[in-house]
Design a protein around this ligand. Structure first.
Ligand code: C2E
Ligand code: MG
Ligand code: MG
Ligand code: MG
Length: 292
């Protein structure tokens, strides 16, 4: 902030800012311990086929409970991990854990449900994620087709020329690539076409009011059309209500994810959920035909 105010001006470091900084520092060192002490777990949220109601995949979402029992949401600690240089070990842990979960699911007879892992743009840019994934997947001898990665739009599009090589190496392994939070960043349509992207995930902020806000409805329809024109699958995030499900079904969205179906749950709870079979989708089909 002070930078933007030009020379010869003072910016005051207020007690409030002081507190925010020391809280981040504390969180940063707690994060280091958390990696060493196994305080992270992955939870899984189902993605539901919008035609059949079948669970067609799961997104792995990291959960952190500190030793005092206090949960800290990823929206708080992932940015701190990124700023304090601790995202690489966390991201690597999440990838390994998701692959280990796939191996566990296989021993329980579940061999057709992919797990998607979120990858921080920082880790993606700084490290050889493609090579790491290759090593982890081959060590666990799982089908790479069961792993997906989610990268945010801004993470990929801030430097698409560099991203392309890593994405191609990931894609060549048979691992699907999804663009997360689509619509909140900016995308080069030229790169969207050229990059090996398999899925667009419509950000929850557009889904929230689809049934009531005509411009959100139009944006979501446009993203669905764009994805299909580019031969991609489209997933709606943050689906909470039957009205949203009906809208998304009526406009041919492929997959639905959100608390309407299930919150993120433990790996074991996810297996139970899979054993229960497809979700029952709201009846949308042929509405009363208007009189001519
Ligand atoms: P995301 O990848 O966009 O994940 C979707 C978020 O929406 C998750 O928040 C999920 O719990 C939440 N969500 C799902 N359904 C609903 C719903 O119906 N209503 C509402 N209000 N929210 C819903 P969560 O788990 O708190 O994660 C937040 C973000 O943290 C993720 O956004 C992702 O960017 C990041 N994150 C989570 N796990 C990891 C990880 O293992 N690695 C990295 N690098 N980032 C992660
Ligand atoms: Mg995600
Ligand atoms: Mg998202
Ligand atoms: Mg997000």
């Amino acid at each position: 902030n002070a930078k933007h105010e030009g020379r010869g001006r003072f910016a005051f470091f207020t007690p409030l800012m002081q507190e925010a900084v020391s809280r981040r520092l504390q969180l940063g060192s707690a994060l280091q311990r958390a990696i060493d002490d196994d305080e992270f777990v992955l939870h899984y949220q189902p993605k539901v086929n919008a035609v059949s109601g079948a669970v067609c995949g799961a997104e792995a979402l990291i959960r952190w409970t500190q030793r005092d029992g206090k949960p800290i949401p990823p929206s708080i600690f992932i940015p701190v991990a990124e700023e304090t240089g601790r995202i690489d070990p966390i991201g690597s842990w999440a990838l390994q854990e998701a692959v280990a979960e796939l191996a566990r699911w296989r021993t329980r007879g579940v061999t057709d449900t992919p797990i998607a892992v979120n990858i921080s743009p920082l880790q993606f840019r700084r490290t050889n994620v493609a090579g790491f994934i290759e090593a982890v997947v081959s060590r666990a001898a799982i089908d790479p087709g069961l792993l997906e990665v989610e990268l945010t739009e801004s993470g990929v599009m801030s430097d698409p020329a560099t991203a392309i090589e890593a994405l191609q190496r990931i894609s060549a392994q048979g691992i699907a690539i999804a663009i997360d939070d689509f619509g909140t960043g900016y995308s080069s349509l030229a790169y969207l076409k050229r990059l090996p992207i398999d899925k667009l995930k419509i950000d929850a902020s557009f889904v929230r009011d689809i049934a009531t806000d005509p411009s959100d409805g139009a944006i979501v329809r446009a993203i669905i059309t764009l994805a299909h024109v580019l031969n991609m699958t489209v997933v709606a995030e943050g689906v909470e209500t039957a009205a949203q499900v009906e809208f998304l079904m009526a406009h041919a969205c492929d997959e639905l994810q959100g608390n309407y179906f299930s919150e993120p749950v433990s790996g074991d709870a996810m297996l139970e959920l899979l054993a229960r079979g497809p979700f029952i989708l709201p009846q949308t089909g042929p509405r009363a035909v208007p009189c001519p």
